[in-house]
Design a protein around this ligand. Structure first.
Ligand code: NZQ
Ligand code: ZN
Length: 394
């Protein structure tokens, strides 16, 4: 087993009464004046925003609101948030929403404490040493940002979507009430589960293969997500299954199922270009790429794909034909994606054929002008990225 550091400092407050603790948690982590950051409509419509603001007021905590975060959160709104925080002397950011709102909050929190342009952090020109504390009330299990060190921001200037990781950005606390996820549309529910499983798969498909405990945890997590998603698609108010998915989303990305450092992450990198260019839902973009990535790289470590097919997808192991077993696992994943309403290629994702020029542009961006190789399972150069995008075009 490779050496690793494990760091998961976020206080998780889980359950149907968890929101009640919000004011005392903000105080515990030093907040006196809060930016309440949220998305488009869902937190307003459900009454969650009003409830949280009411609890902050009752607790004697001053706050300012900033809504309007869109999926694939934009740099321009984060910059607005930075100005607002400075003007209002904000010392704590509370995100109400999912990955997009939490990531926008992290970006604002970096920017407030930085001299210069916060985008420099995402392009590797600046390294923040401090930031405002961030916490969240999670409303969609998917991105795992509620416990992760990552944030992903889209710069509208050039439609460039970039992630930045730093342990200082792990949220101070995460309030998770599974009932708040009852209102999720089926597509967002399914895309969220796809992302949760992919965070596990990115770590699971490694070349290390000496991680029995982590592999067993990862397989259990993936099977549980696979089963639970059908339950909540049938009955959106199935508390037990919503709770499993919600907790699964955090565990999938807080490094319990495998340290990020040993993972592959190519599917994520290839997907970020899709959501940067076409503004699609991240989880759906992952489903459109993964089957092609899998077929392209499986021979690097066939036994890993066989194990995935058998232990996660329930494919019978044909010992005489490992390649066939591995392929049947990938096909089973495609059937699963279709069964939950996810695409399995780019055409299904964007609703039309992708052009050669678009593939060339995504390849250029993903390879950072042909200079970057990404992935560990099979390191991908620009030509590999282009080949996978072409396989995935549908
Ligand atoms: O804006 P509102 O109206 O709130 O609607 C949102 C949004 O349209 C809706 N929604 C959220 N909670 C809801 C709800 N609708 C009804 N009921 C509720 N309870 O869901 C839509 C999607 O929300 P979003 O926050 O975009 O979803 P997600 O959590 O999947 O976040 C996606 C973003 O996270 C990034 C992705 O790239 C993408 O930009 N990621 C962040 C990571 C991280 N920070 O560690 C890792 C991930 O791999 C990912 O890249
Ligand atoms: Zn993801």
């Amino acid at each position: 087993m490779k050496d690793f550091n494990f760091y998961a400092p976020t206080e998780v407050v889980f359950g149907e009464h968890s929101e009640e603790q919000v004011a005392q948690l903000v105080k515990k982590y030093g907040g006196t004046k809060v930016l309440v950051h949220y998305g488009g409509q869902s937190a307003v419509r459900s009454g969650l925003l009003d409830k949280i603001c009411g609890l902050l007021s009752e607790g004697g905590i001053d706050y300012v609101k900033l809504g309007g975060v869109v999926p694939n959160p934009r740099l321009s709104l984060a910059k607005e948030g930075i100005e607002l925080c400075r003007k209002e002397n904000i010392d704590f950011i509370l995100a109400i929403g999912g990955g997009s709102v939490i990531d926008s909050s992290k970006c604002i929190a970096y920017g407030v404490c930085l001299d210069g342009d916060v985008w420099d952090v995402y392009i590797g020109k600046a390294t923040p040493e401090k930031m405002l504390p961030v916490a969240c009330v999670l409303t969609i299990p998917a991105a795992g940002s509620e416990m992760s060190e990552a944030s992903v921001i889209t710069n509208e200037d050039g439609d460039v979507k970039l992630g930045y990781s730093n342990n200082i950005s792990r949220p101070k606390f995460a309030i998770m009430n599974p009932k708040r996820t009852y209102t999720l549309p089926p597509y967002q529910t399914a895309a969220g589960v796809t992302d949760i499983m992919m965070h596990t798969m990115e770590r699971y498909f490694n070349t290390e293969c000496d991680m029995t405990l982590q592999d067993e945890i990862a397989e259990a997590l993936m099977r549980t997500m696979k089963e639970s998603v059908f339950e909540v698609l049938k009955n959106p108010e199935d508390y037990r299954s919503r709770a499993q998915i919600m907790w699964g989303g955090s565990l999938a990305h807080n490094d319990v199922t495998g340290n990020r450092g040993i993972g592959d992450w190519s599917t994520h990198q290839l997907e970020h270009e899709l959501s940067g260019m076409f503004d699609v839902t991240h989880g759906a973009g992952l489903a459109a790429i993964w089957p092609s990535w899998a077929r392209y790289v499986m021979h690097e470590n066939l036994s890993r794909f066989v194990r995935f097919a058998v232990n996660v997808m329930g494919v019978p192991n044909d010992f005489t034909d490992p390649e066939g077993t591995a392929l049947r696992g990938i096909e089973a994943m495609e059937r699963f994606y279709h069964a939950i309403g996810m695409p399995i290629n780019i055409k299904e994702l964007i609703g039309r054929d992708i052009t050669d020029d678009e593939i060339t542009e995504m390849t250029r961006k993903c390879s950072r002008d042909y200079k970057r190789v990404c992935g560990q399972f099979k390191p991908l150069a620009a030509a590999d990225m282009e080949a996978i995008y072409k396989m995935a075009r549908g």
